[in-house]
Design a protein. Structure first.
Length: 676
């Protein structure tokens, strides 16, 4: 059924007769300008205020349809909305298909419900009998809208009410379930009011909501200092290592030919030696641009083999999309109009003063030839989707035009709704949020620089409980090739474990740049810098993956816990708990039905033992003052607690964090069962 859209023109014939007001619909992003985000199988809960003058009763329905159901054939599905309190209504529906949806709300004065309510409160027989006549008229009107046997049944009900002489027996008929059910099927909606707009919803596959990412440079996948430039085959041999740590997504920096003009040397040196491989983000050479692969890595056939082998291990490969060029990119020669030029006629290279990137030419999104540029960039994504890639980490999207991203993502999703886009935009909050609204599936965050309990709890309350959660999905990274934070530089091994646990449990999506992370790489290029010394961005690295101090086992354990506990596979059910020590943060995640709950406590001080009293809302979990067991899934320790307030001690040299699974006694004093 199509929603009845209320006349916006006050001069419309029936405008003054539509008495219902609908407002404050949630969720809604910028008045419906942008879509909310959900994943396949999610239940979409919608609330709205709906009311009218006087005391009449209302009926309210939630209407929704898939974007594929368009035009005159569009079919709207409806589900009743339940009245809450203070004229607030709630309804829900389940999304069972990838892609776009539309939803809206309709409400109307329900004459039958109003009559039924009044009948229930009448006490004098004469008033009841008069009311029965009105009920008969309403039943007859419903019969005129009914079909088949329902019409005959409604007419019979109308006849019974019209000729009833016994007030109490008539009241019994009028308040009966049969008449209520029949009348509900055929309401009078001629004067229904629809919310003034259709709201947008985008449904992604579940990987958009939850995943563990691992970033790795294929060219450094060789073993031994003299092994030379790595290949896709070397990367393929590294896959079991990544899979053993439990990662779902393997993200590769750009795999395209690297320019030679203005190539950077080790540690971003302006002059490169013959052996320097250059920055992968300086894309393009005589061999090709964004739709080619660096011959030193192998061929497209080798890349396809890598994709297939990764899939066999349950890993999906994500590619970096960096819409920029080296001076040697074919576009520079073939389409000079796509670039900005300086007064001397040379192409403007990338700058973020005082930083200069002489080896990179940014594209000009104000070019008069913007249509041709957009189509060419769309072709890049279509090419890699054709090769089997459906996840893209997009480099610096905030330096490209917002209208471009909205168009591009919509164009790609039209034919490939399974495609996912991660926005690498470390910029101001509003541009970050705008990119998410425009369609990016996930977004980098400020997590790397949030260190204190106040910073973390405030920020993640905003991300998971505020309105931004409807469109902004965080992906948490404690490090990247560009970011080696002060906390990691001085936190030692405990600092790395702290940031790992925080990223993996605060966020359903998180990632690490490895092997730098698991091998505790913490030396900056210079004091006060967040750049790595001997950064992989500019040179090959030889990583000893078998070092005894590697975090690989801890990472694997954390990812296993994530896979085993649905509570950690979503972001919205996150809450912070009181600890009387500012160096200890504690929070919990749980599923909607409370079938799974995980409590995490982390010592934010990587250098000293911290203790404190933790207060948990045990009554929510069905536990009173009886004893219960807290099983630390990270260290496998078990602690017998009682009541809401308990003591906690975290030694960073042993383990700076607990990931607790609550267990309660069920049969005997020695028998515990998982909390459910």
């Amino acid at each position: 059924m199509k929603p009845i859209v209320a006349a916006a023109d006050p001069s419309a014939p029936d405008a003054g007769r539509r008495r219902v007001v609908i407002e404050t619909v949630r969720p809604e992003v910028d008045g419906g300008r942008f879509a909310i985000k959900r994943c396949l199988g999610d239940t979409v809960v919608v609330e709205a205020d709906a009311f009218c003058d006087g005391h009449d009763r209302l009926a309210c329905v939630l209407c929704w349809r898939r974007e594929t159901e368009k035009g005159s054939e569009a079919r709207w599905h409806e589900t009743p909305m339940a009245a809450l309190s203070n004229d607030r209504w709630r309804g829900q529906f389940v999304v069972d298909e990838l892609g776009g949806y539309r939803y809206t709300v309709i409400a109307w004065v329900d004459r039958f419900l109003t009559w039924r309510n009044e009948l229930a409160h009448r006490v004098e027989a004469a008033d009841i009998l008069v009311s029965l006549r009105l009920g008969a008229e309403l039943a007859s009107q419903a019969a005129a809208r009914a079909e088949g046997t329902d019409r005959a049944r409604l007419l019979a009900q109308a006849e019974a009410l019209r000729h009833e002489k016994d007030a109490e027996h008539g009241r019994h008929i009028g308040l009966g379930l049969l008449l209520a059910e029949l009348a509900e099927r055929y309401p009078d909606r001629q004067l229904a009011t629809a919310y003034g707009r259709e709201l947008a919803l985008w449904v992604d596959r579940p990987r958009a909501r939850c995943g563990a990412w691992y970033e790795m440079f294929p060219r450094s996948c060789t073993e031994g200092a003299d092994a030379g430039h790595g290949t896709f085959a070397d990367c393929e041999r590294r896959l079991p290592y990544v899979a053993a740590m439990g990662f779902d997504v393997l993200y590769l920096p750009p795999i395209h030919p690297v320019g030679t003009s203005k190539r950077k040397g080790a540690n971003n040196a302006l002059v490169a030696t013959a052996s320097d491989p250059g920055s992968p983000w300086a894309i393009g050479a005589a061999a090709g641009g964004h739709c080619a692969v660096d011959a030193r890595l192998g061929s497209l056939a080798d890349f396809r083999r890598l994709l297939a082998k990764a899939s066999e291990l349950g890993i999906e490969i994500a590619l970096d999309i960096a819409f920029q060029c080296s001076p040697d990119h074919p576009w520079v020669r073939e389409h000079p109009e796509w670039f900005r030029h300086r007064p001397d006629g040379s192409v403007q290279y990338a700058e973020n003063p005082p930083k200069k990137y002489e080896d990179i030419y940014p594209l000009d999104f104000e070019t008069p030839a913007w249509r041709e540029l957009w189509q060419e960039l769309k072709g890049v994504l279509e090419f890699w989707i054709g090769e089997g890639v459906f996840i893209f980490r997009v480099d610096n999207p905030h330096t490209k035009a917002f209208p471009f991203w909205e168009w591009l993502i919509a164009e790609v999703r039209r034919d490939h709704p399974e495609a996912l886009f991660l926005a690498e935009a470390f910029t101001r909050p509003k541009p970050m949020y705008r990119l998410a609204k425009l369609g990016f599936s996930q977004s980098y965050t400020y997590f790397a620089w949030r260190n204190t309990k106040h910073e973390l709890s405030t920020y993640f309350t905003e991300l998971t409980q505020g309105e931004v959660r409807e469109y902004f999905r965080p992906n948490l990274w404690p490090n990247t090739p560009d970011i080696l934070t002060e906390y990691l530089q001085f936190g030692g091994r405990p600092g790395f474990v702290v940031r790992l646990v925080l990223a993996a449990t605060l966020g359903a999506n998180y990632g690490i740049y490895g092997p730098a992370f698991e091998l505790l790489e913490a030396t900056p290029r210079q004091a006060g810098s967040e750049e790595y010394l001997d950064s992989e961005k500019y040179q090959l690295r030889d990583w000893d993956l078998d070092r005894p101090d590697s975090l690989r086992d801890i990472i694997a354990r954390v990812n296993r816990i994530r896979h085993e506990h649905p509570a950690l596979q979503q972001d919205w059910q996150l809450e912070f708990y009181e600890v009387d020590n500012e160096q200890i943060i504690c929070y919990g995640k749980y599923t909607d039905d409370l079938a799974d709950a995980v409590i995490v406590a982390v010592n934010l001080d990587p250098h000293h033992v911290q203790t404190g009293w933790l207060t948990l809302p045990v009554e929510r979990f069905g536990i009173g003052e009886q004893a219960y067991q807290m099983h630390d899934l990270l260290g496998d320790g078990r602690y017998l607690w009682s009541g809401p307030r308990n003591f906690i001690s975290l030694d960073p040299q042993q383990s700076p964090a607990h990931i607790f699974r609550m267990r309660r006694r069920v049969h005997s004093e020695h028998d515990f069962d998982y909390f459910t």
